[in-house]
Design a protein around this ligand. Structure first.
Ligand code: MG
Length: 372
C-alpha cells in the first residue's frame, strides 16, 4: 500500500477575521492511498499554520513539509513514518504546530491501518478494557449567576456526574471566580464532581496559592492550569497547597515535554490532547510515562467528532483511561461535521467496535465552511 495524497482542510465558521470561540474552526487531514482506503485525522490548532506544516515544500533535510515526507510511503509503517516526519521537520516542527500537524496525520494512519486489517483501533492498541467511559462535561461560564446555575442544572439533568468550567469571565477577578464556583457548587449539590479550568489566568504562584485557599471549602475535584505549563517550579510549589488535584498539559506536545512536566511540575493529572501531543502513537508513550509516576491521564478534548472518536479508541485500550472530556460546544463543527457522532448517554460514552475511527463526515458542511 502507498500514500498517494495528503489533503489539508481548513474549516472556519464565518466571519473569517472576527473573534473565534473554541470549536469554531478546525484542521482536518485526509490521507489517500492507492487501495482506495482514506484515513481521516484532525488537530485542534491554528488550521492555517498546520496546513503550512503539511503542504510546505522542502527547504532542507530538516525542514520538509509533512506531505512531502510521507508521499509514496507505506501508511502501515506508522511508527517509522512518525520518526521520519519528526526528524525531517525538526527545525520548523519538533513542538507546537509542527507536532499538531503530525498528530493529525498519525491519527489518519491509525484509521487506515484499522481499515486495512479490518480490526478496531483499540484492538490494534492492545485490547479493550471497557465498553463505556465516564464523560465529564465542559462549559464556558456565562455572564450572570442565573445563567450559570441554569447551565449546570441542565447538564446534571442530562446525566453528567462530573462538570468542568473555565474560560470566558472565569479567572480574571477573584471575587467573580469565587462567586461562580459557589453558584455552580450550590446548583449541582455537594456529592457532584466539579473541576475548574483556570487556563493559566491566575498567572503567578502567589495569586494561585491565595485562590487555592479561598476555594478550599468548595471541594473541587481538580484545578486545571493555574499557571503556565512551562512554569514547572510554580506548579511544584502549588502541589500540596490544595486538597484538589492539580492538572495541566493540554498545550504540551511529545513525550519529551510530558516527561519534563511530570518530573518537575508534579501534577496529579496530565491532559494531553491526542490531536496536539503527537497523535495516538505519542499518546501511548505519554500514558506510559504517566503510569510510571502514578499520574492520571485525562485527555483534553474540545474539538470535532474526529478528536472524540480517536480519544475514545485510545482510552478504551488503556488500563486507567476511565474519564473523558465531552465538549458542550454548539459550533456546527462539533454538532454536525461527523454525522454519526459518539453520543453521551447517562454520563458515559460507548466505545464503538467499528473499523477505523468510524466517522462519517458531512461533506456538504465541509464545502460550506472550507477556507480555500
Ligand atoms: Mg483546559
Amino acid at each position: 500500500m502507498k500514500i498517494t495524497n495528503v489533503e489539508a482542510i481548513h474549516l472556519r465558521v464565518p466571519p473569517m477575521n472576527g473573534p473565534c470561540e473554541w470549536g469554531e474552526d478546525a484542521f482536518i487531514v485526509k490521507v489517500h492511498t492507492d487501495t482506495g482506503i482514506v484515513g481521516i485525522g484532525e488537530s485542534d490548532t491554528s488550521p492555517a499554520v498546520a496546513s503550512a506544516a503539511v503542504l510546505a515544500p522542502e527547504s532542507h533535510q530538516s525542514s520538509v513539509g509533512l506531505k512531502n515526507i510521507i508521499m509514496g510511503e507505506n501508511p502501515l509503517e506508522i511508527q517509522r513514518l512518525w520518526d521520519k516526519m519528526y526528524r525531517s521537520s525538526n527545525y520548523m516542527g519538533r513542538r507546537g504546530a509542527g507536532i499538531h500537524a503530525l498528530s493529525a496525520i498519525d491519527i489518519a494512519l491509525w484509521d487506515i491501518a484499522s481499515q486495512h486489517y479490518n480490526t478496531p483501533i483499540h484492538m490494534l492498541l492492545g485490547g479493550k478494557y471497557r465498553n463505556t467511559i465516564k464523560a465529564y462535561g465542559t462549559f464556558i461560564p456565562a455572564q450572570t449567576m442565573e445563567e450559570n446555575r441554569a447551565i449546570a442544572q441542565r447538564l446534571k439533568a442530562q446525566g453528567f456526574t462530573s462538570l468542568k468550567f473555565g474560560g470566558g469571565i472565569f479567572g480574571d477577578d477573584p471575587n467573580v471566580d469565587e462567586a461562580i464556583v459557589k453558584c455552580i457548587r450550590e446548583a449541582v449539590g455537594d456529592a457532584f464532581e466539579l473541576e475548574i479550568d483556570v487556563a493559566t489566568k491566575w498567572k503567578t504562584f502567589g495569586h494561585s496559592a491565595a485562590m487555592f485557599k479561598r476555594l478550599e471549602p468548595y471541594n473541587l475535584h481538580w484545578i486545571e492550569e493555574p499557571v503556565l505549563d512551562d512554569d514547572h517550579h510554580g506548579y511544584a510549589r502549588l502541589s500540596g497547597l490544595t486538597s484538589a488535584k492539580i492538572s495541566g498539559g493540554e498545550g504540551l506536545s511529545t513525550r519529551y515535554e510530558f516527561y519534563d512536566f511530570i518530573d518537575r511540575a508534579q501534577p496529579d493529572i496530565v491532559q494531553p490532547d491526542i490531536t496536539r501531543c503527537g497523535g495516538i502513537s505519542e499518546m501511548k508513550k505519554i500514558y506510559d510515562i504517566a503510569c510510571m509516576r502514578g499520574v492520571q491521564l485525562v485527555p483534553h478534548g474540545f474539538s470535532t467528532g474526529i478528536l472524540l472518536a480517536a480519544t475514545v479508541q485510545f482510552l478504551a485500550a488503556t488500563e486507567h483511561g476511565d474519564l473523558i472530556e465531552y465538549s458542550q460546544s454548539t459550533s456546527p463543527l462539533f454538532t454536525d461535521l461527523v454525522t454519526n457522532q459518539i453520543a453521551m448517554e447517562n454520563g458515559h460514552v460507548c466505545v464503538p467496535d467499528c473499523v477505523g475511527l468510524g466517522v462519517e463526515l458531512n461533506e456538504d458542511l465541509i464545502e460550506k465552511y472550507r477556507v480555500s
